[in-house]
Design a protein around this ligand. Structure first.
Ligand SMILES: Cc1cc2nc3c(=O)[nH]c(=O)nc-3n(C[C@H](O)[C@H](O)[C@H](O)COP(=O)(O)O)c2cc1C
Length: 207
């Protein structure tokens, strides 16, 4: 079956994250963002794609230079629509969606309590342009503090229990979003397997 080209995101399972920000006036904001990725393995950079209009999140990222990427489990599915609805910047989505603030370690912007992991981020660079006359931006940010719930993380080998965390993800169809999560296949390959000498050149970073 051939699909329309713009449907490319509906065939990639996407993470559902909540990005929390604070406005110039100190109002807390939370919104779901799925177009988000880490940039390469050795870096501490992430990239978020955002529409350039009608996004308080983007305005707050620019004015405050910081934000938190909160990673929810499927138990927070019902918070997606309340935080995605358009509301004026003076309305706090923490209050609207009955979310509890989690004080951040390095930023004044709070995270969202009840998630399984949190990335405190500082703005690195914004790539701003128009595509087909629609303004959008790629927001590059540096993770300055990264935290995961202790009960799902194995500090010995850095693996985490996806069956317990149940990360919230989604696929898309013509009329909306289908929420899903991740299943562990119990199949492991070391990074070193990609290299001719069998050694991961970045192994030292993980010690
Ligand atoms: C699951 C989900 C994922 C979304 N991902 C993005 C995204 O990656 N980029 C974006 O610009 N908008 C995305 N949106 C739309 C914003 O969340 C929505 O426009 C929201 O109202 C923005 O809130 P704000 O004005 O408080 O920033 C997504 C919406 C949903 C429901």
């Amino acid at each position: 079956m051939q699909l329309k080209n713009f449907k490319r995101e509906s065939i990639i399972p996407l993470p559902v994250t909540f990005i929390s920000t604070v406005s110039e006036d100190g109002v807390g904001n939370v919104a779901p963002y799925s177009c988000l990725m880490p940039i390469l393995r050795p870096f501490d950079l992430i990239c978020v794609a955002t529409a350039g209009v009608m996004r308080d999140t983007f305005d707050n990222m620019k004015s405050q230079g910081e934000f938190v990427v909160n990673l929810p489990g499927v138990d927070m599915m019902d918070k997606v629509i309340p935080t995605a609805k358009f509301v004026p910047p003076e309305v706090s989505e923490f209050e609207l969606a009955e979310l509890v603030e989690k004080p951040s370690k390095t930023l004044k912007t709070p995270g969202v309590d009840g998630c399984y992991a949190w990335m405190e981020c500082k703005l690195h660079k914004i790539v701003d342009e128009e595509y087909d006359k629609f303004p959008y931006a790629l927001v590059l940010a540096k993770v300055v503090h990264l935290e995961i719930r202790d009960d799902i993380y194995d500090a010995e080998n850095g693996s985490w229990d996806v069956e317990k965390a149940k990360p919230l993800m989604m696929t898309e169809s013509n009329e909306g979003m289908h929420f899903c999560t991740v299943k562990d296949m119990d199949f492991f390959e070391p990074y070193g397997a990609m290299f001719p000498n069998g050694k991961d050149p970045l192994a030292g970073m993980y010690k």
